[in-house]
Every structure is written in C-alpha cells, then in structure tokens.
Design a protein around this ligand. Structure first.
Ligand SMILES: NC(=O)c1ccc[n+]([C@@H]2O[C@H](COP(=O)([O-])OP(=O)(O)OC[C@H]3O[C@@H](n4cnc5c(N)ncnc54)[C@H](OP(=O)(O)O)[C@@H]3O)[C@@H](O)[C@H]2O)c1
Length: 237
C-alpha cells in the first residue's frame, strides 16, 4: 500500500454510494482524492480529500480544475430509470445519455492530460448487469450503459498503453440510487432471492474491485467489462 502514498485520484461521484466506498478505500491506502459531485462527501474527513462542487447536468469539468498529474479517474454518476417501451420519452432518454455517457466522456477528456502525465494511469466506468442480461423495463438504462461498454473498449484501444480503461457492471447494489427497490424487508428479500448468491450487492462488493482496477496491481488489465452481480448475468440460479 505504501506505493499509493503520493498517488492522486479523481473520483466523480464520491459523495455517497459506490463512489464513497472507493474514496474511503483510496484514502485508507494513503492516496489523495479529488471528489466531484453536487454535495460533499460526508463519511471521510481527511486532509487528503478535496471536494469540487459541480452539477454535471448543467456544468462541465474542465482541465483547469484538475492537478497536473492523476493516477486514475472513476466516473460514478448514473441513473436507473425503468419503464416499458411505450413510456420511453426523448427527454428522459437524452437525460440518461447525458449523465451516464456524455458527462463521463467530458470528465475523461478533462482528465486525460493529467492521466497521461503519470505514464501509467487508469479510468473506470460503470455499466449494469442489465446489459448482459435482458430485463423487462430496463431499455433506457441498458442502452446507455451498453454505450459505456462500447466506449470502454474503444477508449482502451485509443488510450493504450498509458491509460487503462475498464468498466464494472454491478447487479442491484444497496446505495441511495437503488433505495426504492430495497425500501422494505419484503422487497429486499425478493431481490436477494433473484440472485444465484442469494443477496443483493453492498458498496464494498463493488468498491473493492473499483479500487483494484484503479491501482497499479491491475496494470495488465484494460478493455474489460467485469460483472459484480451475485452471478445474475451468467449463472442460472
Ligand atoms: N446501485 C445499483 O444498484 C447499481 C446497479 C447497476 C449499476 N449501477 C451504476 O453504478 C454507478 C454508481 O451507482 P451508485 O448506486 O453508487 O449511485 P449513487 O448512490 O446515485 O451515487 C452517485 C454519485 O454520483 C453523484 N452524482 C449524481 N448525479 C450527479 C450530477 N448531476 N453531478 C455531479 N455528481 C452527481 C452523486 O453525488 P451528489 O448527489 O452529491 O451529486 C453520488 O456521489 C452508477 O453509474 C450506476 O448507474 C448501480
């Protein structure tokens, strides 16, 4: 872990949910973290943690906001808007695409000079289990996250060998984003039962892989989409 002492990471969306778990892991490993989100992180208070307040739906991260060197970037904002085909609307689909894809690209564009400057950096994005496994009502989220998977492989080719690009595809994970699906014991138990491993995900299940992919230990991994989903995408329960 000592090798992380001078490393610096950009966590977009580290105020709560999976991103907060990543911030915690990186700080614990001795790294410095710049968090970008609308509200500041509440869990970790540290001299090594800087907060930049920005709403990505109305503003854009610029490279002037960032230091000269970054070891990694993780982009966490996302949405889970569910509904049938007849309810898919242009505005909500464009909003999903903006938050999940366009803002992710803009953040990476801003960070690339600083990531290149370290010579061996990493970027991590988020997809969803609903891309690999067709699920009713998931057309909007599956299509924007499918775009992220293509983006990951394409940018992994374009940015090699200096910047690795990988993607995590979580199953249902206990965070503020998924609160409405897990708001009662009955819902939680029904959701757990759908998974071969018989539980929903917790922040640590995802944050541990994210921190690993960001760090030098994963230095020979790029262009991958890795499912962390209790077996949902590939195992018949
Ligand atoms: N949780 C799940 O079940 C699940 C399943 C599959 C995939 N995923 C994906 O995994 C990723 C992380 O999910 P999560 O559950 O941790 O999400 P979350 O609990 O909603 O956290 C998202 C983070 O992004 C920030 N954020 C959201 N909108 C923003 C905006 N407009 N501008 C700036 N920051 C913004 C939030 O901070 P502020 O609110 O302070 O701005 C927060 O720090 C997402 O891409 C999600 O689609 C999650």
């Amino acid at each position: 872990m000592s090798q992380l002492e001078t490393e610096q990471y950009l966590v977009v969306g580290g105020s709560h949910g999976i991103g907060a778990g990543v911030v915690h892991r990186l700080l614990s490993a001795g790294a410095a973290v710049i968090n970008v989100s609308r509200t500041p992180p509440t869990v970790d208070a540290s001299d090594q943690l800087t907060h930049l307040s920005l709403d990505l739906t109305s503003g854009k991260l610029e490279k002037d906001h960032l230091p000269e060197r970054l070891n990694g970037l993780i982009y966490c904002p996302g949405s889970i808007n569910l509904g049938p085909l007849r309810q898919l609307g242009r505005q909500s689909m464009l909003e999903d695409y903006q938050l999940n894809v366009v803002s992710a690209v803009e953040c990476l564009q801003a960070a690339v000079p600083a990531l290149r400057a370290t010579g061996a950096a990493s970027a991590v994005f988020f997809s969803t289990v609903a891309v690999a496994q067709g699920m009713t009502m998931h057309a909007s989220v599956a299509s924007v996250k499918g775009a992220i998977e293509g983006l990951t492989r394409s940018l992994a080719a374009e940015l090699a060998p200096k910047i690795r690009v990988n993607c995590i595809a979580p199953g249902l994970t206990n965070t503020p984003l998924s609160e409405r699906f897990l708001s009662s014991e009955a819902k939680r138990s029904a959701m757990a039962d759908k998974h071969p491993l018989k539980r929903v995900g917790e922040v640590e299940d995802i944050a541990s892989l994210a921190a690993f992919l960001l760090r030098p230990e994963a230095s020979w991994i790029t262009g991958q989409v890795i499912g962390v989903d209790g077996g949902m995408s590939s195992v018949r329960g």
